[in-house]
Design a protein around this ligand. Structure first.
Ligand code: GDP
Length: 362
């Protein structure tokens, strides 16, 4: 990068002063400062991502995952450049309790997709990893083949921040992976808190993974979660467990007659599969392909994406407005006193709120 000598220098300033000044024109396309003096070179990152280079994809995801305010501008600039090349994948959410077989399934399913010529990215949303040190997702040792295959990219869950923040990072990682040419993006999550609803709000197709248990199959599953699913997969249908798994799938299919389906004009159904033998894996991809064809033809695929983006925008906006409200010095000054007066019954609640809002001219 060309540095220019400034028009003036402080008295006694050495060469290092001049070298730290960058003309405004240059600064627009200049690399963004990174920790420890390194820089984010956005041109190189953009080119690398578009060429599908894994190290650049990883670096870019690290950039969007950063909580530092100075990285925010660089991340948003990069995403703005990548957006025109994004949006062309099929985004699939996969949920199920720990131990149901998600990692084993993703290994086989991912390899099946690669055999069909697809490039596969796996991202995870694991809110538990932000609460405890350990993560209940991402036993990537079960994705041995997939994780080393050149047609795949696997990224564990961002490990800091609340669910909303983690979700933002995942949505932005989707843009990066799509711009890098991944055809299928798998987003894995566990049923912790709101994580299933959050993943549903960023995917085209949602797969709910189950296993057979003792007694009534439906007891352990919340109706609300079935209503999010486009497909229920009863995993571990192998050996002695084939028949119980088929019986469980029948039970789910019966129950599905009585609930609202996640996608208009699409009949959610339950099938069995084994992530050990691979039985059922090709059928699952066939079902997803049929879903994509059908929802693309009737416009629902596009409609859902537009609605998801609009909803995301509104969510982020509400969060930002709320947080800037509480950070404003006027609010910080007046809030304790108004709270106290409300508590003591000296002023009506709605009036106290209106005073705060008027102060901010909101
Ligand atoms: P996750 O926690 O949902 O990611 O589940 P894992 O993929 O780690 O699997 C949990 C355990 O179930 C492991 O011991 C797997 O070997 C086993 N497992 C996963 N899928 C199957 C399957 O289809 N059949 C059988 N028999 N075992 C499975």
């Amino acid at each position: 990068m060309n540095r220019r000598k400034p028009d003036w220098t402080p008295e006694g300033a050495g060469a290092e002063f001049a070298s730290s000044v960058v003309s405004p024109q240059e600064s627009q396309s200049s690399p963004y400062q990174r920790k420890k003096g390194r820089v984010w070179d956005l041109d190189t990152l953009e080119e690398g991502i578009k060429a599908g280079t894994l190290t650049h994809i990883s670096k870019a995801i690290t950039l969007v995952e950063s909580n530092s305010e100075k990285h925010f501008a660089a991340a948003q600039e990069l995403l703005t450049r990548l957006l025109p090349a994004a949006g062309k994948s099929i985004r699939i959410g996969i949920t199920g309790v720990p131990g149901v077989g998600k990692s084993s399934f993703i290994e086989l399913f991912g390899m099946h997709l690669i055999e069909q010529g697809k490039k596969v990215a796996v991202l995870a949303i694991d809110p538990s990893s932000t609460l405890s040190r350990g993560s209940i997702l991402g036993d990537k040792t079960r994705m041995e083949k997939l994780s080393t295959h050149e047609m795949s990219f696997i990224r564990p869950s961002p490990s800091s921040g609340v669910l909303g923040g983690v979700a933002r990072k995942t949505r932005e990682s989707i843009v990066i992976c799509e711009a890098a040419g991944f055809d299928v993006i798998l987003i894995e999550t566990v049923g912790v808190g709101q994580s299933e609803t959050t993943v549903r709000s960023m995917v085209d197709f949602f797969l709910l993974m189950q296993i057979t248990g003792a007694g009534d199959e439906l007891q352990g599953i919340k109706k609300g979660i079935m209503e999010l699913a486009d497909l229920i997969v009863v995993n571990k249908a192998d050996g002695d467990n084939i028949q119980p798994a088929q019986a469980a799938a029948r039970e789910y299919n019966n129950a599905l007659h009585y609930i609202r389906h996640a996608t208009q004009n699409w009949d959610t159904k339950a099938i069995t599969c084994s992530s050990r033998t691979g039985d059922g894996i090709p059928q699952i991809w066939e079902i997803i392909s049929e879903f994509t064809q059908q929802t693309t033809a009737n416009g629902i695929f596009k409609q859902r994406r537009l609605a998801q983006t609009a909803q995301w925008f509104e969510e982020l906006l509400s969060e930002a407005v709320l947080s800037s409200f509480y950070r404003s010095s006027k609010v910080i000054d007046r809030l304790p006193e108004l709270k106290q007066r409300v508590k003591e019954g000296k002023i009506p609640v709605a009036y106290a709120v209106s005073i705060l809002l008027e102060d901010l001219a909101l």
